[in-house]
Design a protein around this ligand. Sequence first.
Ligand SMILES: Cc1ncc(COP(=O)(O)O)c(C=O)c1O
Length: 379
Amino acid sequence: MAVSTSAVYNFGSGPGMMPSQVLQQAQREMLNWTNSGHSVWEMPFTGSQFQAIADQAREDLRQLLQVPDHFRILFMQGGASAQFSLIPMNLLKQRGRADYVDTGHWSAKAINEARRYCSVGVAASSQEEGYRSIPDFDRWQLSPDAGYCHITSNETVNGVQYPDFPDTGTVPLVADMTSDFLSRPIDFNRFGLVYAGAQKNIGPAGLTIVIIREDLIREPMATTPSAFSYQVIDSCNGRFNTPLTYGVYLAGLVFKWLLAEGGVAAMARLNQNKSGLLYRAIDHSDFYHCGVEEGFRSTMNHCFGVVDSSLTSVFLQQAEAEGLLYLTGHPAAGGVRASVYNAMPLQGVEALIEFMDRFAVQAGSSACRQALNSGAKLR
Ligand SMILES: Cc1ncc(COP(=O)(O)O)c(C=O)c1O
């Protein structure tokens, strides 16, 4: 893939862009970590060096998100998809009941997987209206005997995000925060368990973070592999089997970077700013459109379309040639998706908006449209 500009911005939905400072530090330390004479890859996971890396990462994450002391932080593997099974296996007794809220692609996947382990009640769904918003909290049909209520805080494929969270009373609220973790503060009073795959705002794919209230850690269903039992992982302080050592190290560097940038509150302000600029550019143009209702639009994944959809593939090709990478919408949604995670600098969003404006003006004339469709390039 050849790109024509020196700056390259990765708008992919995940694995997403990493902070360049983190990549540079990892590069500097790759062969010789803090004068140890070896890399982090070669470090025994049971030794004091790796333990210090993991403990520091946990401590920094706790500080970043103000995680209360009665919540445990688990570093796991298997991605967020493994949690779709591990949550019912760890939180419910055999064939217990759980409520799920269906707001898009990822919550639907979580529901399908959970059905293998428990009886699922769909408390609310926005499927019929095309996953364009979050159902009103007062219309949710929650069952008091549910072991938990599961939500997806940000739907990566549909570009829909919870602006705030419901009070589910004594039923623990469980949230898949894979695509907006660390993008804004979390009020842990609302949650029993929060989980996230790392590949958006945390670090490389594979690492999965689970933050769970202590009283919810209990004996899992008998069929749960020990390596995926929250109880086992917690009681062994993450050393039941070999953890994803390099992933934990890189996540730790990202946490340090976030602290130096002003923490999660500063990130939330920056994300609002970047996102606001992008949606404004879409809404102020009759060339692009976004179907997600205002108030529920994701600050992470901006899903939109070119009104004349025959121009979408030219738009995507030309964006890529200018270093604006991986803007193709998820196959289930189509169109364009600009994922703007924490590490995306404001300049990346400005470059995208400048390209969108230029494309709209030049592609707006029918002569130009014909030329573009036959392979001409924008200047
Ligand atoms: C919201 C959400 N949940 C779950 C997943 C699945 O994550 P993984 O590929 O780590 O299993 C993704 C992946 O993009 C996601 O965006």
